[in-house]
Design a protein around this ligand. Structure first.
Ligand code: FE2
Length: 245
């Protein structure tokens, strides 16, 4: 079977997300271009992932905030995704289109919410100090690490008072790092995989900072786990190389 770049792109993008969310422990199978792909969970069987750090240990982000975020918002997305998938599994050729449309919209919203929350929690718990290859890659992409941080913070703050996500991602179409703005769960970039994820919904900071979003963004950067971001970039680049092979 001939594998076009477009086909590979879709597969790689999906794989990239799977890697980022730690699905590498799932059952794996090789696809046509020799890349292992995880076996997806059955409809309605997504499992809640625990916080990947001790919530009382982060600087400037309280245990109460982090546990509430995890137990209410993230866990709610997992629960809702499972329920909507079960509803979709029961649809038939006679199900009205407007019902399908509503279910599929909710599926996308909850699915992206689960993925982005898992990426967000997994890139916290570090010392906030970027060094080595990841620091150089970001610096090269944005004309200095400070310039990247300035732009990333500004993008996050553009969502203050509203809601959404700020994402440093790797774009498979252009092989570049970009900062992506998302006003909701369903505005992910089509050809990219996330590297660094910042939750800008108020539930991510209001318990600690009220409406003072800038203080939250400051605390976020103090806790970034840059080795995890580096790992995501390495895997994205490996996937990009495989896509071109
Ligand atoms: Fe959130």
């Amino acid at each position: 079977m001939e594998i076009t770049r477009r086909c590979a792109l879709g597969g790689i993008a999906a794989l990239g997300t799977a890697w980022m969310t730690g699905l590498e422990g799932s059952a794996m199978a090789s696809d046509e271009i020799g890349i292992e792909t995880p076996t997806p969970p059955a409809p309605g069987r997504h499992v809640l992932r625990p916080l990947p750090f001790a919530p009382g240990k982060l600087r400037g982000l309280s245990e109460r905030l982090l546990v509430s975020h995890h137990e209410n918002n993230y866990a709610g997305a997992v629960k809702n995704l499972n329920e909507v998938e079960e509803h979709i599994a029961r649809t038939t050729k006679d199900t009205p289109g407007f019902v399908i449309a509503g279910l599929k919209e909710r599926e996308l919203t909850f699915s992206n919410s689960v993925t982005l929350h898992e990426l967000y929690f997994a890139n916290l718990g570090g010392d906030g100090k970027a060094k080595g290859a990841i620091a150089r890659s970001i610096s090269d992409a944005f004309g200095g690490f400070g310039r990247f941080e300035e732009r990333f913070r500004a993008t996050g703050m553009s969502l203050a008072g509203g809601s959404g996500w700020t994402v440093l991602d790797y774009c498979f179409s252009t092989d570049t790092l970009r900062i992506h703005w998302s006003g909701g769960h369903s505005q992910s970039a089509a050809s990219a995989t996330p590297l660094l994820v910042l939750d800008m919904y108020e539930h991510a900071f209001a318990i600690d900072y009220g409406a003072a979003a800038a203080k939250y963004v400051e605390a976020f950067f103090e806790n970034v786990r840059w080795d995890e971001v580096s790992r995501r970039l390495e895997r994205a680049r490996a996937a990009a190389r495989a896509m071109k092979a």
